[in-house]
Ligand binder design. Structure first.
Ligand code: NAP
Length: 314
């Protein structure tokens, strides 16, 4: 087991067949560290009389979860000293209207990067919209040019959630070389890029990766062989203790709102992992909330800082 100074360490947990202990991968703490680092960079920019990074977020419609996510992103911008702009469009916005707005943001010299919050209403073709974002401003890393560069190990914007997971593994010095990583879920924003990144040359990486999905046969057996499990399917408590091997590293990407009338909001946020029991077997594990979620926002900020730096050099 490895411990960094800040790790939450539970020496009371002794695993069935080993003497290792479990470490929580504390995304909340690490994301705050990253935000502090970005804040310091922004201060330097201000002290030098330079323009600070400016992130715009476009939201179409009134989806509660999407509004919450965009609100958190805007607050995170304020926290580090970025400028931010929220563009709110109605649920009835046409594809052409959204494409016009994207063109405007592409041409706005003041905006360094922008995101289109997903999901979009059904009248809009998501792929067409994401392709319209200029690759230099695509801080979500969803444009095919950026995705391709990522797959070819070229410098680019890495999608924020996989980027956040890499950063967590890196900062906790979790060994990935030669390990068997099983990724559950093959979405374009999490599972697919994660599988590419874990298999790349370098650290974190050099893993042997199995990418699983809803058509995977014998998924339980495959997961039981994993040294590292990255779960991104969105099925609450899908991953049970009996499915993972002792000392596995568990990354829980899932965020599902599960109704809970005892809470003021009427729901609770639940991950893909049965945390209470899986944590007793894991060597490292991310909690939900407080794991991958906050890292995603921190890495969006990092991508925006990168976009500003590139923009400045043009
Ligand atoms: P998604 O588009 O919702 O797709 C789910 C994936 O899981 C699909 O590839 C699907 O397979 C697979 N899947 C579904 N049921 C399965 C099963 N029983 N066994 C194996 N695979 C199964 O994926 P997503 O957008 O990546 O979202 C996944 C979860 O992560 C959601 O809870 C989402 O809210 C959360 N999320 C969290 C963050 C964060 O910052 N923490 C960021 C993004 C997403 P098929 O391809 O065969 O349909």
């Amino acid at each position: 087991m490895k411990l960094n100074g800040s790790d939450y360490h539970r020496p009371d947990v002794q695993h069935n067949n080993s003497l290792t202990t479990m470490t929580i991968l504390d995304g909340k703490k690490v994301s705050n560290d990253i935000k502090d680092e970005i804040t310091a960079e922004v201060k330097k920019m201000k002290d030098n009389g330079e323009k600070v990074p400016h992130l715009a977020a476009v939201i179409v419609g009134n989806d509660g979860a999407s509004l919450t996510y965009v609100g958190s992103k805007v607050r995170a911008c304020e926290r580090v000293g970025f400028e931010s702009t929220m563009v709110r469009l109605s649920n009835t916005t046409s594809e052409i209207e959204l494409l016009d707005k994207i063109e405007e943001l592409n041409n706005n010299e003041d905006i360094d990067g922008f995101i289109i919050q997903l999901p979009l209403p059904p009248q809009i073709n998501t792929q067409k919209v994401l392709m319209a974002v200029h690759p230099d401003k695509d801080v979500d890393g969803f444009h095919p040019m950026n995705f391709g560069k990522m797959a070819l190990d070229m410098s680019t914007f890495i999608p924020a959630t996989p980027f956040g997971i890499l950063e967590l593994l890196d900062r906790y010095n979790v060994d990935t070389k030669g390990k068997h990583t099983v990724v559950i879920g093959r979405s374009h924003i999490v599972g697919r890029p994660m599988s590419i990144l874990m298999g790349r040359k370098g650290f974190p990486g050099n893993s042997t990766v199995t990418l699983t999905h809803s058509h995977t046969k014998n998924i339980t057996q495959i997961i039981s062989q994993a040294d590292i499990v990255i779960s991104a399917l969105g099925v609450p408590n899908f991953l049970k203790a009996e499915m993972v091997k002792d000392d596995a590293v568990i990354i829980d990407v899932g965020i599902t709102r599960v109704p809970d009338e005892t809470l003021p909001k009427g729901y609770k946020i639940t991950g893909d992992v049965d945390f209470e029991n899986v944590s007793k077997k894991a060597s490292y594990i991310t909690p939900v909330p407080g794991g991958v979620g906050p890292m995603t926002i921190a890495m969006l900020l990092k991508n925006t800082l990168l976009a500003r730096e590139r923009h400045r050099l043009l």
